[in-house]
Every structure is written in structure tokens, then in C-alpha cells.
Design a protein around this ligand. Structure first.
Ligand SMILES: NC(=O)c1ccc[n+]([C@@H]2O[C@H](COP(=O)([O-])OP(=O)(O)OC[C@H]3O[C@@H](n4cnc5c(N)ncnc54)[C@H](O)[C@@H]3O)[C@@H](O)[C@H]2O)c1
Length: 250
């Protein structure tokens, strides 16, 4: 039997990149995936591809920054499908890059935090009552190596991801005895639409920091997500799994 057989999994930010790869992989391992994204058309495309290749998925519109919207969405999924086994949160934006701190505005910080950090908090907060009642749940937030190492010129992004890692550590301990594990994933630079506009020079710099000397693939991150969001991840919580080609080894 496939490891996700019979499970309902939400993938937030599932319309592109790492989220789309995770949705596809988890569906291929038996999950019914609720592909959700602020860009509904992209979520629909991913869900259609999954259904077209024999998997099970539905698409839903979701803005993770909207606390009430997230709460309504999570409750609706639990009601419609009768259970909620796992949430993979891959929704995120980069915000300013190549920008010195003196040029960062309050609006820049608020926008990045609202999606990257508060989005993770609203998803977790809304899912916990359902997962506690079921005495089972898996939550995986996609953070970044930037949150561990601090990439220069992109302070709002870096602080959103390091705060996300801290959040995961704290809340995982709160629910450690309730059958729920909450973990983070820290990828180095991955070939996804997020990097479509990243300059050659910046990409070269990022690759030069990776001992494997190449970009990561979304499917490689999805493999780590697949473990962390599964029942097999039963004795690891509050952890940050790296997928960084050797860039971070701590
Ligand atoms: N690509 C990389 O190099 C890299 C490296 C480290 C971490 N990450 C993180 O991985 C996650 C996925 O990144 P990606 O490279 O796949 O990016 P991506 O841009 O390809 O995909 C992100 C998805 O999130 C969605 N999204 C954005 N704002 C949203 C919101 N408010 N509500 C719901 N969905 C929203 C987008 O529409 C998009 O479909 C992000 O959190 C990113 O910070 C990416």
C-alpha cells in the first residue's frame, strides 16, 4: 500500500514550483491532494495534471495571509473530506532582493511577513484543533537556507524564514504528545518560477556556495517533504530538514 493511501493533504502554494512538485509526488503515493494557491488557475492546472495521470486532487483558491480565509478553508476541507492528515505549506514570496537595509520599507517587511510567516501561523493554528481531535497530523513548512544563513540584500525574506524556523521549533514542542509533528524544510536555491527573474550573477553566487555545484530540483525538495509529511516521520518534530546540496550541514 502506498504511504499516503486514504489521506487528505493540503498543499498551500501548490500552483507552482516546490508546492506543485510536492502535490504531484504525494498524489502519486496515494494522497488526495487539495492543491491551493492564491493563483487559482495554476492550482487548477496542477490538479488537472494529477487527475490526468491517475491521481486524486482538487484545486482551491487560498490566500495564506488572510487569517479568516485560512480558517474557513481548513474547516471546509475537514468537513468536505472528513479528515485532514497533513498540510504542506509552500506558499511564499521573495520580496526585495539586492536591496540594502537602508532602502527596505515597512511595507516591504509587512508584505513578506504577512505571507511567509503569518501564513504559516494561520495554517498551523487552524489545523491544530482538527489534528488534536484526530490525535494525528503532519505539518511541513517550506522555510529556506536563507533563514539559517542570512543571505545579504534580502532582509525581509531572511527574517520571515528564520522566524518561521523558530515558530516551527516552538509550536512542535507544544503539541509533541498529541500525535502531531511539525517540521520545516530549508532548501538552497531551487530551479522554480521564483528564480525566473533572478540575475545570472546572483544565481552564480548562490551556486558557488553549494558544494554540489548546481541548482536543486523541485522534485528533490518534494522527496524530503514527502517523508516529513508522512506517517513515517513519527519521531522527528521541530526540525529543519536541509535540501541544500551540502551548503548547510548543521
Ligand atoms: N526556489 C528556491 O530557490 C527556494 C529556496 C528556498 C526556499 N524556497 C521557498 O519554497 C517555497 C516555494 O517556492 P517556489 O520556489 O516553489 O516558488 P514559486 O513562486 O514557484 O511558488 C510559490 C507559490 O506560492 C504561491 N503564493 C504566493 N503567495 C501566496 C499566498 N499569499 N497564498 C497562497 N499562495 C501563495 C504562488 O502563487 C506560487 O504558486 C517558498 O516558501 C520559498 O520561499 C524556495
Amino acid at each position: 500500500m502506498e504511504i499516503y493511501e486514504g489521506q487528505i493533504v493540503i498543499v498551500a502554494g501548490g500552483g507552482a514550483g516546490i508546492g506543485a512538485a510536492a502535490a504531484t509526488l504525494l498524489a502519486s503515493r496515494g494522497a488526495m491532494v487539495v492543491v491551493s494557491d492564491v493563483v487559482l488557475a495554476n492550482a487548477e492546472k496542477v490538479a488537472a495534471e494529477i487527475n490526468g495521470s491517475g491521481g486524486k486532487a482538487v484545486a482551491r483558491e487560498l490566500n495564506v495571509a488572510d487569517q479568516t480565509g485560512v480558517s474557513n478553508f481548513i474547516n471546509m476541507v475537514a468537513k468536505d473530506f472528513g479528515r485532514l492528515d497533513a498540510i504542506v505549506n509552500s506558499a511564499g514570496i521573495v520580496g526585495p532582493t539586492n536591496t540594502p537595509l537602508e532602502k527596505i520599507t515597512a511595507a516591504d517587511i509587512e508584505k513578506v511577513l504577512a505571507i511567509n510567516l503569518l501564513g504559516a501561523i494561520w495554517l498551523t493554528q487552524s489545523a491544530l484543533p482538527i489534528m488534536k481531535a484526530a490525535k494525528y497530523g503532519r505539518i511541513v513548512h517550506v522555510a529556506s537556507i536563507a533563514g539559517k544563513e542570512g543571505n545579504p540584500g534580502m532582509t525581509p525574506y531572511v527574517l520571515s524564514k528564520s522566524a518561521m524556523i523558530g515558530f516551527v521549533k516552538a509550536v512542535a514542542k507544544e503539541v509533541a504528545t498529541e500525535g502531531i509533528t511539525i517540521n520545516a524544510i530549508a532548501p538552497a536555491v531551487i530551479k522554480t518560477p521564483m528564480n525566473a527573474n533572478t540575475s545570472e550573477e546572483t544565481l552564480k553566487y548562490m551556486i558557488s556556495r553549494i558544494p554540489m555545484g548546481r541548482l536543486g530540483e523541485a522534485e528533490e525538495v518534494a522527496e524530503m517533504i514527502s517523508f516529513a509529511a508522512s506517517s513515517a516521520c513519527s519521531f522527528t518534530t521541530g526540525f529543519c530538514f536541509d535540501t541544500s546540496g551540502g551548503r548547510a550541514t548543521y
